[in-house]
Design a protein around this ligand. Structure first.
Ligand SMILES: [Zn+2]
Length: 205
């Protein structure tokens, strides 16, 4: 793909500063090599909303992440909020070090790992590509395995399930102050029930 020769497959891995762009198999090799010193019990899924699919041109993975970092800094964060970002082409960007607590979900960050999925997955907005679906399933499974977690609504969580003010899990769908994130059409919906019929079965097969 990059014309640098087939003798070194890892050459397709690209990095600019802390940002590392990987495909799914490279992600697994990278993940296995990471010394992770904090306890991770929650894998958070988000959508970026903006940037959306129309902002992705197939080659601007780094500039999109640099742009998100700029806007997160403007909001007072030390750096880009999420640990990982997925793209419509199925690539993964390592963003915030896994050993650094993310700024993903109020009340769920200290043992959390934050994944931002590029797109607006609210109903009638971006229709998630097959490559991104496969990528999200793949890395979620890899992270569950790496951190010895069982696929469930306790280990894999959506931003929508948390009250933005209290930082607590909402007890009953439709109550509390919530965002739609990761989108009302994310793997069929953003509720716990939708997770159980949409994404969860894909994490178990
Ligand atoms: Zn979110």
């Amino acid at each position: 793909m990059n014309g640098l020769g087939a003798h070194n497959q890892s050459i397709s891995m690209k990095a600019i500063g802390k940002f590392i762009l990987l495909d799914a198999p490279e992600f697994d090799a990278w993940l296995d090599a990471q010394p992770v010193k904090r306890k991770i019990t929650l894998i958070q899924h988000h959508h970026t909303y903006i940037p959306a699919y129309k902002h992705f041109n197939g080659g601007n993975h780094f500039s999109l992440c640099q742009g998100m970092e700029r806007s997160h800094r403007e909001r007072g964060f030390a750096e880009i909020a999420q640990n990982l970002t997925t793209f419509p082409d199925g690539k993964i960007m390592v963003c915030r070090n896994l050993n650094t607590i993310p700024a993903g979900i109020k009340g769920a960050n200290s043992n959390g790992l934050c994944i931002e999925n590029i797109g607006n997955f609210d109903r009638t907005k971006d229709s998630m590509s097959t490559r991104q679906q496969e990528c999200i399933v793949h890395i979620t499974r890899s992270l569950l395995r790496r951190f010895k977690l069982t696929a469930s609504e306790q280990a894999v969580v959506y931003h929508h399930w948390y009250d933005l003010n209290t930082g607590k899990r909402i007890v009953k769908e439709g109550t509390g102050a919530t965002k739609t994130c990761p989108g009302t059409a994310f793997f069929g919906g953003n509720t716990v029930e939708a997770f159980k019929t949409g994404l969860l079965p894909l994490l178990k097969t």
